[in-house]
Design a protein. Structure first.
Lengths: 265, 479
């Protein structure tokens, strides 16, 4: 009689159950809903309605643009901050880091509602400037997600290589583009993925900051599901899934190459 | 190991056994599905209406009952729950158009999960005696009779700050497009509520012309309802255009923030349901010392209801008893006082409550609520059935939000279910909610981003190819 042996792989069992229940089954459900009609017949009609509709394309383009803009602004602000935080001469790095991460500890809804009032107070009200207010809210909310991975990569920076670069005659700009940037590329990519995708699908920030005057993919999914149009909502979710998959695929290649470059240099 | 497992099994059997044994005493359950914060839930000292009903039922019949009380936040959430067919309720409290949807599902047999049981009004003594004649009439006109018993009702109008807003302007939905109040107006983020000002704009002339036709009240309401509820494709498109032209003039859309924003002075005009208006007016005065008013525009004033229905398979006996209990004026007063909305019930206790809140013997303005209270007050209760003397200042404020004057109430039409046109209306709504940016500009920005990304990728990959090439050349030279 063979007894079931408790091996290490059994430790993964809880997660496997979790994954089947909350990842695989919902994914299959979304796909089924996306390609069926109310009677349960297979159809491409949802997809055709989606792309035949000016407002859906508008929503996707605006989401994409806001996603890219938010990623770019967060990187521009977060990159120097992370470099500064990770610098070995910095006193009390843990405290400084805490100051940048602390906003994440405050409840997200509260934080967004507070920034809405703050912006109104300084004159940037979401009613008149829905896009500007939304961008500010996005950057504010996602900045910590950029700083964290960049900080992790930068603490591993080999400073002797930076010194070597300047010793061998590289100008500061060259040192940055040829040494520091390639070495931190994996951090940049993971920071970008952590910001870009959630930005496109977020709906609370755009609702609160933009006074519901603009609509991102997340908002349109919410609209359809709220109204019980599950098939239309699912097709939007599938389109977003595809967009994210394309994004992942593109960044995956970059990351690989840069990893290689990073270790080679 | 095995022993421990066995012990655990035994223990669980024991515990389960106890649970089932403890529950053997006969107890009936009434399953109620209601809006959040929509019934007197009591507090530390007082019992909730639910507990009181259970006690009352036990006293009358000797049968123990328990209420299983679940709540929802939107009609659509509730519908989705029912559509799954997984949960059976005895009583649900949807809004007017959902009741309509459910009645049509029952009569056409389109969705058995939404099908309803019929009420037997002879078992609803309190309903027959105390529900306002006005409400009964509107129920009959709209075909809700038989399937639904009302609960709360009100109007859809606008809350405004009289310090900044001209009262004359609030008599028309045109105010939503008025540039005088640019960026000081909020619209409800709900297609059904936004449809009212939109259709009013589309059909303003026809709506106003109805006044000159000398129609009976009933006929007026029907014709107004037909105009405002039109879902002909060209009307939906016209409503969409009307809303789009409103978008730049309003501050934004809201579901809940409007109340606080108008109290804080961020906005001056807020499309609102009368119950929320009463609350906002009270809050503004108590907390900020700001005066707010409520007005139902004359070119399309809508009336709404929430009512009890019994889904198929409900325990109709308990449901009838509970609904009848809710229709007792003394219970209706408790619910009104707790949630701030207006009950469909009239009667002595309700009239007393209204007098308590608003009447003033030295007032100089008489509000005639006979249309609402007629026939429900006990004889000789008040010499003048339903007439209330109030200060002029009360008009257009909380009182008007809770009990509109006859001139407003008799013009009230009901927003119907969009029915088969639902998806078309929602597509229009999604179009309105999407972004006001020209497609050419969007595509241009998109192209710039893609080109930029391509440039960055090239820049990253080029040096590598260079060095590989140089390395190859160098190796070739070495040979």
């Amino acid at each position: 009689m063979s007894r079931i042996k408790f091996t290490r792989k059994w430790l993964a069992f809880p997660y496997a159950v979790f994954m089947i229940l909350f990842v695989i089954i919902p994914l299959v459900l979304i796909l089924t809903y996306a390609f069926t009609d109310a009677e349960g017949n297979f159809t491409f009609n949802n997809l055709l309605t989606f792309f035949g509709n000016g407002s859906s394309i508008n929503t996707i383009l605006v989401s994409f643009i806001i996603g890219v803009a938010n990623t770019a602004i967060c990187l521009l602000i977060g990159y120097p901050v992370a470099y500064f935080l990770a610098h070995r001469d910095l006193k009390m790095p843990a405290v400084m880091m805490l100051l940048f991460i602390m906003p994440m500890w405050i409840n997200f809804v509260l934080r967004t509602a507070a920034s809405r009032d703050l912006l109104f107070w300084i004159g940037i009200n979401g009613g008149e400037y829905p896009y500007l207010a939304t961008m500010i809210g996005m950057v504010y909310n996602y900045l910590p997600f950029v700083i964290l991975p960049l900080y992790t990569t930068m603490t591993k920076l080999d400073y002797s290589q930076i010194e070597a670069a300047s010793d061998l005659g590289a100008r500061p700009r060259q040192t940055f583009t040829k040494v520091i940037l390639p070495m931190t590329a994996p951090g940049i990519v993971s920071a970008a993925t952590m910001v870009f995708m959630p930005t496109m699908s977020s709906f609370v920030i755009s609702d609160v900051m933009g006074e519901r005057k603009l609509s991102l993919i997340g908002n349109s999914i919410q609209l359809y599901f709220d109204q019980g149009l599950w098939h239309m909502g699912s097709i939007v979710a599938v389109v977003m899934l595809l967009l994210i998959a394309v994004g992942m695929f593109a960044t995956k290649n970059v990351q690989k190459e840069d990893d290689v470059r990073g270790t080679m240099l | 190991m095995k022993k421990r497992l066995l012990a655990l099994l035994l223990l669980s059997v024991l515990v389960l056994g106890c649970f089932s044994a403890c529950g053997t005493e006969e107890e009936r359950v009434l399953r109620v599905y209601n809006w959040q914060d929509y019934i007197d839930e009591g507090d530390d000292e007082t019992a909730s209406v639910l507990e009181d009903w259970a006690a009352d039922y036990y006293a009358r019949t000797g049968i123990k009952v328990r209420v299983q009380y679940d709540t929802f936040e939107t009609n659509e959430t509730m519908l989705n729950t029912l559509k799954t067919g997984k949960s059976q309720y005895d009583l649900v409290c949807p809004s007017d158009y959902v009741i309509q949807k459910m009645i049509s599902a029952t009569e056409n047999g389109t969705d058995e999960n939404l099908a309803l049981e019929k009420f037997d009004y002879s078992k609803l003594e309190n309903y027959n005696n105390y529900v306002s004649p006005y409400i009964k009439q509107v129920f009959e006109e709209n075909g809700f009779d038989g399937y639904a018993v009302g609960y709360m009702w009100g109007t859809v109008g606008i809350i405004y700050n009289p310090e900044y807003v001209d009262e004359e302007d609030t008599k028309s939905w045109e105010i939503m497009w008025n540039p005088k109040y640019k960026n000081r107006i909020t619209l409800k983020d709900s297609v059904r509520d936004a449809y009212i000002p939109a259709m009013s704009k589309v059909y303003r002339e026809k709506v106003l012309a109805l006044d000159g036709l000398n129609l009976s009240e009933e006929e007026y309401r029907k014709q107004l309802g037909d105009l405002m509820n039109s879902t002909a494709s060209e009307d939906i498109a016209a409503a969409g255009d009307a809303l789009k032209s409103m978008k730049d003039n309003i501050y934004g859309l809201e579901v809940d923030s409007g109340k606080t924003d108008i109290v804080a002075g961020k906005i001056y005009i807020n499309q609102a349901w009368s119950g929320d208006a009463a609350y906002a007016i009270y809050e503004a005065e108590e907390t900020a010392g700001v005066q707010l008013n409520f007005s139902v525009p004359e070119d399309g004033g809508s009336v709404w209801f929430d009512g009890w229905v019994m889904p198929k398979g409900a325990d109709t006996e308990l449901a009838h008893d509970f609904v009848n209990y809710l229709c007792a004026p003394e219970i209706a007063v408790r619910n009104m006082d707790y949630i701030g909305y207006t009950s469909i019930v009239a009667g002595d206790e309700i009239f007393d409550y209204v007098l308590d809140c608003y009447a003033d013997e030295e007032g100089e303005y008489t509000v005639d609520l006979t249309y609402y209270f007629d026939g429900t007050l006990s004889e000789d209760y008040y010499s003048e059935d339903g007439k209330i003397l109030v200060q002029t200042g009360e008009i257009g404020r909380m009182f008007s939000a809770q009990y509109p004057e006859e001139s407003v109430a008799k013009r009230g039409f009901i927003m119907r279910d969009f029915g088969a046109k639902n998806e078309e209306v929602l597509t229009m709504w999604a179009g309105f909610k999407s972004n006001n940016i020209a497609p050419e500009i969007l595509v241009a920005i998109f192209a710039v981003i893609i080109l930029g990304a391509a440039a960055v990728l090239l820049w990253f990959t080029k040096p590598k190819r260079d060095s590989a090439r140089r390395r190859k050349e160098w190796l070739a030279k070495q040979k």
